[in-house]
Write a protein that binds this ligand. Structure first.
Ligand code: UT7
Length: 335
């Protein structure tokens, strides 16, 4: 048995400002009933002036470090997944690096949208198993609220997303039979559908400049989505990759104690659970309170499960995501 990676601490943070469906209905032609029925969302959090992604990432990271019984100085690397960076460059991870006051350890951002956290966890797992790193901070962090179209034109996307951050500390450990650790991670992508859910401007694909008044007038600086198409692919790919990952770990669905699904739409997750005959009580959700926080959704849900003791030592937890890219992924861990 060699080196393997385990999560030793989790943390999350959301802005204080609660935005209910009724609050959104004052800005656009929508209703609490429509949003709740189609998505399961009741409210989400939005940042207020002066509150930025790195604030959320820092608070979540400090909680994760505290839970792991570690100081920032114990880290030897940071991987941060986001689709809504603090600035175009450098990555949000560099601003977090500064806030945490760490030494000259490496950090970088990873861009795989709603699958970003599981992609980052796979990277951390590989880094640790290779022996190159011993203790990494993996963060998912999003501020969507300042990038969405909060008018009727953007309502299909705007009602879905919320702001938040989740973080975990991943550490090297000697592998023990039935000991805690990351058992398997499987990642997939299909760039062919990159434009089915995307935000094109500002972008280096535009010439001679990345953003123009015309692009803004055409509202191309807001995300656009073919919702039904995304929904259809999500409900196929999520069960597929979940089973592939369990199979790679020689596990069966019945072995898993808790299923953490990306929180894009409660209907997607209910459909996936139903297809796999997973009882609802094994699929906790927080979408009703936080909406879709993209790369932050899974680590936020994990932190809630750990702190509420819904996830206990020795149990098996499966995490599965689907999102823009398209990207989809699954991981299975013994806690
Ligand atoms: O995390 C990344 C992955 N993202 C996802 O997984 C999202 C996947 N997609 C979905 O969750 C769903 O497609 C939505 C919740 C976004 C939309 O639900 P839908 O049942 O697919 O609705 P639709 O887009 O087909 O629209 C149905 C109707 C349309 O009106 P008409 O054309 O029937 O008159 C929309 O204009 O609902 C209208 N509509 C709304 N009405 C009130 C769209 N958005 C809204 C809204 N409020 N916010």
């Amino acid at each position: 048995m060699g080196l393997h990676a385990k999560i030793t601490g989790t943390g999350m943070h959301v802005p204080e400002r609660v935005v209910t469906n009724d609050d959104l209905a004052r800005l656009m032609d929508t209703t609490d009933e429509w949003i709740l029925q189609r998505t399961g969302i009741r409210e989400r959090r939005h940042v207020t002036e002066g509150e930025t992604p790195v604030d959320l990432a820092q608070a979540a990271s400090e909680r994760a470090l505290e839970a792991a019984g570690r100081a920032a100085g114990d880290l030897d690397g940071i991987v941060l997944a986001t689709l809504s960076p603090e600035a175009d460059f450098p990555g949000t991870s560099f601003f977090l690096h500064d806030r945490l006051g760490v030494a000259e350890i490496p950090c970088f951002d990873l861009r795989a949208q709603c699958s970003g956290f599981l992609y980052a966890l796979a990277v951390a797992n590989g880094f640790i198993r290779s022996g190159a790193f011993r203790r990494l901070l993996v963060v998912g962090c999003e501020v969507h609220s300042t990038g969405i179209d909060l008018t009727t034109e953007g309502r299909d996307v705007a009602v879905l997303f919320g702001d938040g951050a989740g973080a975990v500390v991943v550490e090297a450990d000697e592998e023990k039979p039935d000991g805690p650790g990351i058992l398997e991670v499987r990642l997939h992508a299909q760039g062919r559908y990159a434009r089915k859910l995307w935000l094109e401007a500002p972008g280096s694909g535009f010439w001679p400049v990345r953003i123009t008044h015309e692009l803004i007038d055409e509202r191309r600086h807001f995300p656009r989505m073919d919702g039904r198409f995304v929904f259809k692919h999500a409900v196929t790919r999520m069960p597929e990759v979940l089973l592939e990952t369990l199979d790679a770990a020689s596990l069966k669905l019945e072995d898993v104690d808790l299923f953490l699904f990306h929180q894009a739409n409660l209907r997607i997750n209910e459909y996936v659970a139903q297809q796999l005959e997973i009882p609802a009580e094994r699929c906790p959700s927080n979408i009703e309170r936080y909406g879709n926080c993209s790369a932050a959704s899974i680590p936020m849900l994990l932190d809630e499960a750990v702190r509420s003791r819904r996830l206990r030592p020795g149990q098996l937890v499966s995490m599965t995501s689907f999102g823009s890219g398209f990207s989809w992924a699954s991981a299975v861990l013994r806690w």
